[in-house]
Write a protein that binds this ligand. Sequence first.
Ligand code: ATP
Ligand code: MG
Ligand code: MG
Length: 532
Amino acid sequence: NASKKQKSSGPNYEIGLPDAVDGKVVTRFPPEPSGYLHIGHAKAALLNQYFAKKYHGKLIMRFDDTNPSKEKSEYQESIVEDVALLGIKPDVLTYTSDYLDTIYQYCIDVIKAGHAYADDTPVDQMRQERTDGVPSKHRDRPVEESLAIFEEMNKGTETGLKNCIRAKISVDSPNKALRDPVIYRCNLLPHHRTGDKYKAYPTYDFACPIVDSLEGVTHALRTTEYRDRNALYQWMLKTMNLRKVHVWEFSRMNFVRTLLSKRKLTELVNAGVVWGWDDPRFPTVRGVRRRGMTIEALQQYIVSQGPSKNILTLDWTSFWATNKKVIDPVAPRYVAVASDKVVKATIVNGPAAPYVEKHPKHKKNAALGDKEITYSNTILFDQADAQSFKKDEEITLMDWGNAYVRDIVYDADNKTVVSLKLELHLEGDFKKTEKKVTWLADVPSLPTVDLVDFDYLITKDKLDENDNYKDFLTPQTEFHTITKGAADMKDLKKGDIVQIERKGYFIVDSAFDGEKAVLFNIPDGKTVNRYG
Ligand code: ATP
Ligand code: MG
Ligand code: MG
């Protein structure tokens, strides 16, 4: 039975690459080191790896690094680390910047063949001319002139800096990508790998087909928004007599209320809207990990998306639901109660002196070991729970047993509960009570635990083309609930994932430092949680 087999043997998208020969397929993942890896890149990387493996071929990871204005070693290093973390193992790691001499030579050849020219039309005017389908006044200048200017560009002289090289393809093609695109431009900023060796750099449209072809890429996977540029890619291959490369399209991954663009994420980092690239509100690999996404779930989720060509705006629900399935069986459980208006209850027939019992950290997973629960005749409740109690109601104290609420003392507002009196009724049936409540023995030095929840950075589900995302930034995205946690929460380490009973899943962002521990809420795809 085919569908069963498919499930057990991992993903099988039933979509093949055209002209794929087993053992001969070469794919590539070409990140630009202009930011940290986001989950859209993770999709591209995993997809390239999937096809390379499916055909027993090769995966190249290539830094597309020909724009010193945007690129940095820091980004390059983080991308290498994150790719490894995702379990992606490229067969080779290459750099477009290693091909700059070769690409330079190709540019000379293209100019000599009359397929490119130097142009110093100012940027705005050039944009207008391309929109209007009007030729640049330099379009038909002699080859010698263009070559001489290209040399000036490569020396970074004043004349060079004013110019760029444009491919001579079309003035008025209905496909605007073909209207004499820029293929080389000057940039005097030092490059993170080549320093100031080069003063002029190829654009992506020029460099990519050359390097794809030279590196033996058989199938270049590109997201559908590059569709208009496919003709340009093919023009480059043909004009430079380069080996054929198949361009195979897949859809970009988008998420509601989320920016997936390195440029915009960079702006948010620089503007201080977030704490950094690993901000738990960020869709970067580091951000979602810091928020508590496991690598296992991230891989599962992205692979489950498959190589669809429909551009979808995904909901975060199933992303986090995938993670919940991974963490729920292994997250130890703890109790914490909100410090704000915490309610002290006296148990009239409670233990004379506090005592400690060991209980499993997870009722269904003994392998996680035990935690200590302290029993005492004064215990603490969340204010919200206390407010729900009625006089003489029988409730269940989790991990203890039933008790009657014998007395409720309210504040002057007649709403806020100040204190409670309970009477244990341990022979009572917990199946018959309506409320199973969490509580903590009121013993000295319970750790302060700061539970942090986050909102989306963007207020609108799907930004339109013309929307400026800055007009849609959520004013407040960070919410703190200060709680008192069980004593052994002092031992939690950074990165530990726990469940706090009735409050949700959390990841430890900073361990208890003598003052407090900080835990981030991990969405579970269901509850929207602010811990009451
Ligand atoms: P960004 O605007 O975020 O910088 P990019 O496409 O310019 O995206 P690159 O570093 O050039 O960033 O991308 C590397 C690869 O990841 C490319 O193959 C690109 O198509 C792919 N990619 C980028 N964003 C997404 C996304 N949201 N979904 C799927 N693939 C993506
Ligand atoms: Mg790019
Ligand atoms: Mg980009």
